[in-house]
Design a protein. Structure first.
Length: 87
């Protein structure tokens, strides 16, 4: 396999970019048969996504603002996963 070595993103607030990188590493691991099992931890740190914090959002009590933010976060994670699986 010919692939560039991944370079860590040092900015903890760049959660979307960091998740893209993590999913690329996961894809490479499966593609090279280096693993058959992966566990992902999605950080609760909002970082570059303008939200109040995932835990707070998950306890939304039907607050429309929190539901909108939760939708933004979960849509972003879903879109990243879908894009990664299409490679």
């Amino acid at each position: 396999m010919d692939a560039d070595q991944p370079v860590d993103i040092g900015d903890n607030n760049a959660v979307v970019d960091r998740m893209k990188l993590l999913l690329e590493v996961v894809r490479l691991a499966f593609e090279t048969d280096s693993t058959r099992y992966v566990t992902l931890h999605l950080t609760g740190n909002a970082g570059a996504i303008p939200i109040d914090g995932y835990h707070s959002l998950s306890q939304h009590s039907r607050d429309e603002d929190k539901l909108d933010q939760l939708t933004l976060v979960e849509s972003t994670w879903s879109n990243l996963g879908a894009a990664s699986s299409e490679k």
